[in-house]
Design a protein around this ligand. Structure first.
Ligand code: NAD
Length: 300
């Protein structure tokens, strides 16, 4: 097949595609207009999150039969239109779950022990030892909102690594025994959890599902982390919650606008940020590559 790789994938995966006999072209960083010019001869396109495969791209691609999204969300592919055109769309949903879960726990540790803040203030010449008395994760209550693949992986690390008591909310998961998550109403999560972590997609139902009222319902000692999708959390409400000390701290890996602009959130000492790097590990990317190869083999 003539395969276009329009976002970065592991070098080993690109090589494996070539070894399978495909005519592989790697061209990343194209503008939408450039992609429309470039795509006509290709039968398959491999994308991550940057390339948008919308109606205009599919209309410009008469030979396109397969879209492979390396990663979880499919919000950058127009699924209905692909179906209408008979184009198969696949993703690699499990490959990076562990990477995202580990980053989530990393943020919890960093917030609780002021790791990011201590690092930046030390580099500014300050020795704030007394100000940075923190908390242990061990034996605390972890609330998971969205108990799918990443939510469960995060729960597993919380249970096995820190003996955390894990509680969860997910309208589509009534019971979860592996790992053991006690399912309950979302308001109960806000009431009980010392750490709250979001692991659900952005949909019409989940847009700004964590806003002013929800932050007010959380413990003022709670730490809030979202490595889910920008827009699930109302960033203005989060800024105010941090300013008003409604919660103890928060970390985001995902933003309503990416790349985002500097905003008031970044002026809060009890806030830390990472630039959507949840899935960015060598191990996770290598598994994404393996799954892409598998999808192509199965398709053929
Ligand atoms: P998943 O589909 O396995 O799990 C999502 C869960 O959310 C499901 O169990 C679903 O029932 C639940 N859910 C849906 N609506 C809900 C609601 N209103 N309230 C509570 N739960 C709800 O997906 P996953 O692989 O676990 O990924 C979760 C999210 O993580 C993805 O949708 C994606 O947005 C995000 N993600 C981020 C990164 C990153 O780099 N930070 C990487 C991969 C995925």
């Amino acid at each position: 097949m003539k395969v276009l790789v329009s976002d970065k994938i592991a070098d080993s995966a690109a090589q494996a595609l070539k070894d399978m006999g495909h005519a592989v072209t790697i061209k990343t960083g194209m503008t939408p207009e450039e992609l429309i010019e470039f795509i006509p001869p290709f039968e398959a396109i491999i994308v991550r999150s940057a390339t948008k495969v919308r109606k205009n791209v599919m209309d410009a691609a008469p030979n396109l039969k397969l879209v492979v999204r390396g990663g979880v969300g499919l919000d950058n592919v127009d699924l209905d239109y692909a179906k209408e055109k008979g184009i198969t769309v696949n993703n690699t949903p499990t490959a990076a779950s562990l990477s995202v879960a580990e980053l989530t726990i990393g943020h919890m540790l960093s917030l609780s022990r002021y790791i990011a803040l201590a690092d930046s203030t030390m580099k500014d010449g300050k020795w704030n030892k007394k100000q940075y008395k923190g908390h242990e994760l061990s034996n605390k209550t972890l609330g998971i909102i969205g108990c799918g693949r990443i939510g469960k992986e995060t729960a597993r690390i919380g249970i096995n690594g820190f003996k955390m008591n894990v509680i969860g909310f997910d309208p589509y998961v009534k019971e979860c025994n592996d790992p053991c998550i006690e399912m309950m109403d979302i308001d109960k999560i806000f009431e009980k959890a010392d750490y709250i972590s979001m692991h659900l997609p952005l949909t019409d139902d989940t847009k700004h599902m964590i806003s002013v009222d929800e932050f007010k319902k959380m413990k003022d000692s709670a730490y809030f982390v979202s490595c889910a999708r920008g827009g699930v959390v109302d960033e203005k409400a989060l800024t105010n919650a941090l300013k008003n000390k409604d919660i103890a701290g928060a970390a985001l890996d995902v933003f309503e606008k990416e790349p985002n602009e500097r905003c008031e959130l970044f002026d809060q000492d009890n806030f830390e940020a990472t630039p959507h790097i949840g899935a960015q590990t060598f191990e996770g990317q290598s598994r994404v590559g393996d799954e892409i190869i598998k999808i192509l083999k199965e398709y053929i």
